[in-house]
Structure formats: C-alpha cells, structure tokens
Ligand binder design. Sequence first.
Ligand SMILES: N[C@@H](CCC(=O)N[C@@H](CS)C(=O)NCC(=O)O)C(=O)O
Length: 218
Amino acid sequence: MDLELVSFKLCPFVQRSVITLLYKKAPFRTTFINLNEPPEWFRDISPLGKVPLLKVDGEVLFESAIINEFIDEVTPGSLMPADPLLRAKNRAWIEFGSNCLGQMFTAISGKEAQAHEDACSDLNRSLAFLEKMMGEGPYFNGADFSLVDTAYAPLFQRLMFLNRFKPVVDWDALPKLRAWSDNLLAMAVIRESLAEGFDEIYPKVLKGMGGHYAGFVG
Ligand SMILES: N[C@@H](CCC(=O)N[C@@H](CS)C(=O)NCC(=O)O)C(=O)O
C-alpha cells in the first residue's frame, strides 16, 4: 500500500497523523505544501482546502481523525478500544482536542489583549474538563496508548513550548494532564514526529501572526 501524507510543516493536525504512522511503523512519504500559496493540484483534491491529506494508492482521505483510524485499521494492533462505548468516547475526546487546538490558535493569534485572554480562559476551562476525565495514566486510556494520545501530543508539545514565553495554560491546576503530557513528550516517536527546525520556525510564526501574543515572543 502506497501512503503519501500531504503536509504543512507546522500543522498540529498533520502531526497527529505522523505520530500514528510512526507508532504503527507504517512506511509513508511526505509531500509538503505551502498553505499560504496552495498548489493547484492540492486545491483540486482537498475538499476543505486543509491538510492533512493521506493519499492511499492515489485515493484521497481527509480529516486527521479519519486518516488516523484508517492507518490504525490497516496496520497490526489497535489504538482504539474494543468496547463500542469506550471507542465512541475516545472519538469524542479526539474531537474535543481539535477544539482545544482552535482555542490555542486564537490565544496565540488574537489581535487584542482581550481576545488573547478570552481564548486562554476558554482553553483553561476546556482542559479543566479534560482533567476531570483523566485517570491515573500513563496514557488517556490508562496502560494502553491510543489515538487519543496521538491527538493530544501536538497540542501539549506546543503548549509546553509556549511556556518559555508566556504560559497560556495554568499547569498547576492540571496535575493529571501535566503528567499525561510529560509521559507523551518523553516518547521517542512523539519527539521524532515534530517537524525539523520547529524550535526555530515556531517563534517566527508566532511573531509573524502579529497577534497580542507576538509581543511576548523574544
Ligand atoms: N479538522 C481538520 C483540521 C485541519 C486543519 O485545520 N488544518 C489547517 C492547518 S494546521 C489547514 O489546513 N488550514 C488551511 C485552511 O483552513 O485554509 C483535521 O483534523 O484534519
């Protein structure tokens, strides 16, 4: 099976799929595009104009959650619970993670201080909800690494990175999430999934957004 991941270098949704592909040891190649000037061929095949896309023997899949379930299903082992209720709950929390990524994006891109503060409050409220759902770890489903973990790792990596400028999350209020995040970020596969040059590029992107947060980026 030929797998081609269509990617934008810093996209956290793409990174979810990279983690899943690496964890499941599925061979794949990556085609990077510039989302600011998407090529014609990309606009022709991406229904929402978004990355990631996964081309499977030339057939196009879109939406990271769908892509990740597909990768999981065509590779040995399963990163989803066997129980239908637990599986549905995992899907719901993956969707919730996408919403958290949106709140983080608003926190780092909002033009006015108020927009930044409001988004930080929204994100902290979301994460407080998630904190209540967390068990003892080390992963979201306890001992079993799952697609929920692949969905949240890119968010946690970025939130930890932002701590060096101005934290957007009150980690003291989120001890279980903090431990979960530490466990994920210690995994080789998750470190390897981060785009090359992230530490240098991300601050430039934050500055380039020209939001209120850019003022905190040294
Ligand atoms: N729900 C989508 C979100 C993907 C997404 O928002 N990707 C961003 C880049 S990080 C994108 O392609 N944005 C382009 C646009 O909105 O025009 C998924 O999970 O795959």
